[in-house]
Design a protein around this ligand. Structure first.
Ligand SMILES: [Zn+2]
Ligand SMILES: [Zn+2]
Length: 450
């Protein structure tokens, strides 16, 4: 197999991989880098000759995998986009939201190239989408040859898949973003454990082992305990959260806690995209066995939309739980704006439930000590850190030991490291080396042969 990582910044970012196997040329995912905007956030598609891809595979709908798919597909109009049913539903809402965000950024960030694509590109993309059932191979034919593509439930978020590509002489497995544990709404990954020649593995959590006292369900219990204490003091809770997946999961967790009277009933405010996606999750749940979700949860928790305009430092409309994006409290998102109003009061809590890149406001806040000033640069606002700040490990990614165990079972001849920061990849490189496989930690835009 020929492999090129098209994410020009390395690490985790604008995920997009080019592969060539047995004369078949395809790409997996085409995302946007969450830390950049405009052209800088794009993968480098230029190394792939126009209209030369036989197909494109989408693993799931987080924007670091999906956000530039309309551009890649525009350059390869004859290539079908193979994806799960869940992703075919969610991609529409995520991409139309992406256009709205880019339109807003055009003036906010003074980037005249935005939006990078428009509604017309989405209308052209949708008929190219070919939803596949999981675990049912699709044979793709070309010049009298054929390869088989199979999608497998990957557990990471609704619709997420791993991929097996079976060529005449090679079997390749791409983990994609993968989670083996069950979540409240979604079962864990189900992957085939037969041997492969090439394994392309995500390496997100390579930097640290999970503390055995912090298993997923224990983390939920600890989080609810902080929520309970905060509300009982009359404070409010801010949960910066991914709109896709984590927010719907947290709605179900809160609903369950309200029913059990584990926490006092207060209004739950949600950002718009997360609330909209509830309907999409409901639709997927009706038509697939992978997801257990009912839109009634919104009514049951008494979810309300956020006030339209969030003004820095303005007091909250009322005591409540604010379940809002973005998860890393990125500048100008609802979680960033609400934090300006909540950080300065000791009775409030700000609870992170996933990874925060150290360079994002969320990452910086986690590093700031109590009572030190925290600067919200984008809105020219400073508050002392008086609210309680906690981070809980509800990651959507497999623990590093689980991925090593998977590699051992699949006994590949070649392992390609993917979707991880340099330190994480280094840990996987050294830990996997006793397996005797050739390990490739690809430099961006360099061609590797397995
Ligand atoms: Zn993801
Ligand atoms: Zn990802």
């Amino acid at each position: 197999m020929k492999f090129i990582d098209l994410n020009p910044h390395g690490g985790i970012g604008a995920n997009c991989s080019f592969c060539e196997v047995d004369g078949f040329r395809f790409a997996i995912d085409s995302g946007l880098h969450p830390k950049f905007a405009g052209r800088e956030s794009l993968p480098d598609h230029s190394v792939v000759e126009r209209n030369s891809l036989d197909f494109i595979i989408l693993t799931h709908c987080h924007l670091d995998h999906l956000g530039s798919l309309p551009l890649l597909s525009r350059e390869h109009p004859d290539a079908p986009v193979l994806l799960s049913y869940g992703s075919s539903v969610l991609s529409r809402r995520m991409l139309s939201n992406s256009i709205s965000v880019m339109r807003r950024q055009r003036s906010e960030l003074n980037l005249p190239e935005l939006p990078l694509y428009g509604r017309g590109d989405l209308s052209s993309l949708y008929p190219r989408m070919k939803p596949l059932s999981t675990d049912e191979p699709l044979a793709v034919e070309k010049d009298g040859r054929s390869i088989e593509i199979t999608l497998h439930h990957a557990g990471h978020v609704a619709g997420a898949v791993s991929v097996t590509v079976q060529a005449s002489k090679e079997r390749i497995f791409f983990t994609g973003d993968i989670l083996f544990n069950d979540q409240r709404t979604l079962g864990g990954a189900r992957v085939p454990l037969s041997e492969v020649d090439v394994l392309v593995t995500e390496t997100t959590r390579g930097q640290a082992s999970r503390d055995p006292s912090r298993l997923r369900e224990a983390e939920i219990v600890s989080l609810l305990e902080v929520v309970r204490k905060t509300l009982s003091k009359g404070g409010s809770v801010l949960l910066p959260i991914f709109a896709l997946g984590r927010m719907q999961e947290m709605l179900v967790i809160l609903d369950d806690a309200f029913r059990r009277k584990a926490i006092q009933k207060v209004p739950v405010f949600c950002s718009g995209l997360g609330m909209d996606l509830v309907n999409h999750f409901h639709e997927i749940s009706q038509n697939s066995k992978e997801l257990r979700f009912n839109r009634k949860v919104l009514k049951s928790v008494g979810a309300r939309p956020l006030p339209r305009k969030l003004i820095p430092g303005r007091s909250l409309p009322m005591q409540g739980i604010y379940l809002v994006s973005s998860g890393m409290m990125v500048e100008n998102t609802p979680s960033y704006m609400l934090a300006t109003s909540m950080l300065g009061e000791a009775r409030n809590s700000i609870l992170f439930v996933g990874y925060c890149d150290p360079s994002t406001p969320g990452g910086k806040l986690l590093e700031t000590k109590p009572d030190e000033p925290f600067e919200f640069k984008e809105v020219d606002w400073v508050e002392p850190v008086r609210a309680k700040i906690h981070q809980f490990d509800l990651s959507g990614h497999a623990d590093r030991e689980e991925l090593v165990a998977l590699a051992e079972k699949l006994s590949p001849k070649t392992i390609i490291l993917h979707h991880g920061d340099p330190d994480s990849r280094d840990w996987f490189s050294s830990t996997l080396s006793p397996l005797g496989a050739k390990i490739i930690d690809p430099e961006p835009l360099v061609t590797y042969e397995t």
